[in-house]
Design a protein. Structure first.
Length: 386
């Protein structure tokens, strides 16, 4: 090999001589380190590259793990490594192979599938932590991966996971497994119905914590936490497509969490799409038709949908008043327009609905309104079921 390749920290004739005369661990480490770095830098001719690859094949059988670890670490980013060498590195024990498994572009999908199926949790974590994990591999990890591997997967924004996958994660490891809550909530573009499952669980944990920590009545804490949860649930629908909102609504129905309370709150918050999609699901009417009936078919359109959805009859005037304001009002885009919109909805309901005699509106708090309406007889806080 030309001498110009071996200057400074590069492999030199002197290094080769040392290795031949005294092939101790340090000399082998030095050779492995320099040779692999030069290989990655692309400094070899075709013949030199072939010789280097043959040396790697020999070194990967070295009894000293540190030699093999140097090759795993230094060669993990190159795409020019022969596949047999890549597989040899990946088949080593996890503490040596993992840097290569996590980063190597040379490993194929079949290689990665085999690693996951091997059942080695540390190696599964390395696969789950790759810069990108395609959907097929994510599904396999979710089904067969150990807990730490699946946790690494959901913490990895480069992993492609569909809605079914997220649901399967929660089914396998439990909604109550708090280790999964934070990485799931922090993921970008997580389906809103998955977020809803998590919010429900986090709300329960928060309620238990407050009751255990502070001297407050359980019913007071429950109302505070459930109110906050409802607001958060509705907020998930802001700007979402109808399909996503329907998934959220179905999740709430399955959990028996879709109540008249949360539907009225959505109108008061200006999140009309949530209300429309909830009514669509409950009445089994396409959401496009729901919108036509509510806004274009006169006052009978809403009433017919409301009855078909089996909503509590004594609360219809409150919903009617809220929808009237929605039909009459557009957000003006100015500061606090949503708060002013909510105030108009609340004023209309309190003006037109005989919730309580002589109520003076002193607050824009929706909870105040809902509390007043909630004092009416009927199933205001009960889930709506067919």
């Amino acid at each position: 090999m030309p001498d110009k390749l071996y200057m400074g920290s590069k492999l030199s004739h002197h290094d080769i001589e040392l290795l031949l005369k005294n092939p101790d661990v340090e000399n082998r480490l030095n050779t492995a380190d320099k040779l692999s770095k030069q290989f990655v830098d692309g400094q070899f001719s075709v013949d030199e590259k072939n010789i280097a690859e043959d040396i790697f094949r020999i070194m990967l059988k070295d009894i000293e793990g540190r030699v093999r670890k140097v090759l795993s670490t230094n060669l993990c980013t190159t795409a020019i490594l022969p596949h047999d060498i890549a597989k040899a590195i990946a088949s080593d024990k996890a503490e040596i192979a993992n840097p290569f498994i996590q980063h190597s572009p040379t490993l194929t999908l079949d290689d990665l599938v085999g690693i996951v199926k091997s059942g080695d949790e540390d190696k599964q974590v390395a696969v789950a932590s790759r810069k990108s994990v395609e959907e097929k591999l994510s599904k396999l990890l979710i089904e067969e991966g150990k807990e730490r591997a699946v946790l690494a997967l959901v913490s990895n924004d480069g992993a492609v996971i569909d809605e079914q996958g997220f649901n399967r994660v929660l089914d396998r490891f439990g909604d109550d497994n708090v280790k999964f809550h934070t990485p799931l909530i922090r993921r970008k573009n997580i389906p809103i119905n998955i977020t809803a499952r998590l919010i429900d669980k986090v709300s329960g944990e928060l309620q238990r914590y407050i009751v255990a920590t502070y001297d407050l009545p359980t019913d007071v804490v429950s109302n505070l936490v459930l109110s906050s949860r409802d607001k958060t649930m509705i907020g998930l629908s802001h700007g979402a497509e109808d399909e996503q909102i329907r998934s959220l609504v179905r999740e709430l129905i399955d959990q028996r969490r879709l109540t008249p309370s949360i539907m009225l709150r959505s109108l008061c918050m200006g999140e009309t799409s949530f209300f429309e999609n909830a009514l669509s699901e409950l009445a089994s009417v396409p959401v496009h038709n729901v919108r036509l009936l509510i806004y274009d078919a006169g006052r009978l359109g809403l009433k017919s949908l409301y009855e078909k959805a089996k909503m509590p009859g004594n609360l219809y005037p409150a919903f009617r008043a809220a929808v009237d304001v929605v039909k009459e009002t557009d957000f003006d885009g100015l500061e606090d327009d949503q708060a002013r919109f909510s105030r108009r909805v609340i004023e209309r309901i309190l003006t037109q609905v005989d919730v309580e005699q002589n109520i003076n509106l002193l607050t824009t708090d929706i909870d105040y309104l809902l509390g007043k309406i909630g004092s009416l007889p009927g199933s205001y806080s009960q889930p709506i079921v067919d």
